[in-house]
Design a protein around this ligand. Structure first.
Ligand code: TXA
Ligand code: MG
Length: 339
C-alpha cells in the first residue's frame, strides 16, 4: 500500500524509519517530486533504479540539508562553486563535484563525480535534516514519463510500489534543477533549469554550456541529457507559432468524429485557437508560469486527449532554455515541424 502523508513530526519519523530500513520514499522539492533513498545503501540505490525502470548508466543526485558538511562527500570544492552556493542555495541548482567515493558506487554509475543538491522546499529541508544523511533522489516518475509536480502525480506512477509519499503541495518551480559541472576551471551547464546561464555568469564571470558531440565518440558527461524524457502518453505534435493556426484548424475539423485533440499554448494564443474550436491548455503568460505549469499540463493532456498539438513559444533565453528543452524532449519523432 502507498500512503500519502502531509509533512508532520510523525510522518518525518516514519520516513526516517523507512529510509534507514532501505526503503524508498517520495519527497517534495521546489522543482519536482523526488524518489529518495539512502545514498550509502547499495540496495536502496538499486531499488530506486528498479522501481523507476531507470537505465543503469544515468547517475543520481544526492540531496542534503543546508548545513550538511560537504567535505564528507565532495573531494574538491573550487572557489567558484562556493560563490554559486552562496548566491543560489538552497535552491534549484545542482553542482557536480569530484566525489570522495563515500556514497554507494551505484549512485554515480561509475563516474568519479557526485551531483549534490540543496533543495529550498521547507518540507524537503525538514526531511533531510531528520535523516541527516545524503538522500539520492531522481524525479519520482516512471522512467521516460512526465516528471511529477504533485503527490498525486507520484501516486499515479507508483501506487503499490513504494510505501510513502510525503505531500508538500504543488511544486512552485515545475522543471528539474539546473545541473552544473564544477570539476573544471569554470562552471558548465549540463542541464538547463530555473537558475539560468545568465544568472550563473553574473556571479562567477564565465559559464559554459555542454552539448555532447557524439559524432566524435566523446564520452557523455551527463547521460541523462540523451534520453527521451518527459513524454505524455498521448501523441504530441510540435508546431512553431507561425504554422500553428493552420495545423490546428485542420486537426479540429478532423476531430469532429475524434474529439481527442487538445492544444497546449501560451496564454496569448488561447483566444485565437478557441475561436477555431480548439480545446486549449494554457501554458501561461510568462517564463516562470510556463515552467511551473508544463508537466502538470502534459499529465492533464494524457487524460484529456489522444493528440496534443504543442505550440512552441518563440521566446528564447533565460528560463525558456530549460522549458523548450523539456518541451522538445516530450514530443515524439512524429513532430510535424520543428523550427
Ligand atoms: O530538480 C531536480 O534535480 C530533481 C529533484 C527531485 O531534486 N531531480 C532530478 O533527478 O531531476 P533526475 O535523476 O531525474 O536527473 C538527474 C540529472 C540527470 O540528467 C543525470 O544524468 C544528471 O543529473 N547527473 C547526476 N549525477 C551526475 C554526475 N555525477 N555527473 C553528471 N551528471 C549527473
Ligand atoms: Mg528525471
Amino acid at each position: 500500500m502507498t500512503q500519502i502523508q502531509p509533512i508532520t513530526t510523525e510522518s518525518l519519523q516514519q520516513a526516517k524509519r523507512l529510509i534507514f530500513s532501505g526503503e524508498v520514499v517520495a519527497i517534495p522539492t521546489e522543482t519536482v517530486y523526488g524518489l529518495g533513498g539512502n545514498a550509502f545503501d547499495d540496495n536502496a540505490v538499486k531499488k530506486i533504479f528498479e522501481v523507476k525502470g531507470r537505465p543503469n548508466d544515468n547517475p543520481l543526485i544526492a540531496h542534503v540539508h543546508k548545513d550538511y558538511d560537504l567535505s564528507r562527500i565532495v573531494d574538491y570544492d573550487p572557489p567558484y562553486a562556493q560563490k554559486l552556493r552562496e548566491a543560489f542555495l538552497p535552491g534549484p541548482l545542482t553542482l557536480v563535484y569530484p566525489s570522495t567515493g563515500k556514497v554507494s558506487p551505484f549512485v554515480s554509475c561509475g563516474l568519479n563525480t557526485l551531483a549534490v543538491r540543496v533543495p529550498s522546499h521547507e518540507g524537503a529541508q525538514a526531511f533531510l535534516r531528520e535523516v541527516g544523511i545524503p538522500i539520492v533522489a531522481p524525479s519520482a516518475n516512471l522512467s521516460r514519463h512526465v516528471s511529477p509536480t504533485s503527490a498525486k502525480h507520484v501516486f499515479d506512477d507508483f501506487e503499490g510500489k513504494i510505501p510513502l509519499i510525503l505531500d508538500g503541495g504543488e511544486c512552485t518551480g515545475g522543471i528539474e534543477s539546473t545541473v552544473c559541472d564544477c570539476t573544471g576551471a569554470y562552471p558548465v551547464i549540463l542541464r538547463s533549469g530555473l537558475v539560468t546561464k545568465e544568472m550563473l555568469a553574473e556571479v562567477v564571470g564565465k559559464c559554459g554550456e555542454y552539448t555532447p558531440d557524439l559524432s566524435r565518440g566523446e564520452k557523455v558527461k551527463s547521460p541523462g541529457v540523451l534520453y527521451k524524457h518527459y513524454a505524455p502518453r498521448c501523441k504530441t505534435l510540435l508546431f512553431s507559432e507561425k504554422n500553428a493556426k493552420n495545423a490546428i484548424s485542420a486537426y479540429v475539423s478532423q476531430s469532429l468524429e475524434n474529439k481527442g485533440v487538445a492544444v497546449l499554448c501560451a496564454e496569448k494564443w488561447i483566444e485565437e485557437f478557441e475561436k477555431v474550436g480548439a480545446k486549449c491548455l494554457n501554458l501561461g503568460k510568462n517564463q516562470a508560469e510556463m515552467a511551473q505549469r508544463l508537466y502538470k499540463l502534459l499529465r492533464e493532456a494524457e487524460r484529456l486527449c489522444e493528440v496534443l498539438i504543442v505550440v512552441e513559444p518563440s521566446e528564447q533565453g533565460g528560463i525558456m532554455t530549460g522549458v523548450l528543452n523539456r518541451l522538445r524532449k516530450a514530443c515524439t519523432s512524429e513532430d510535424v515541424e520543428k523550427k
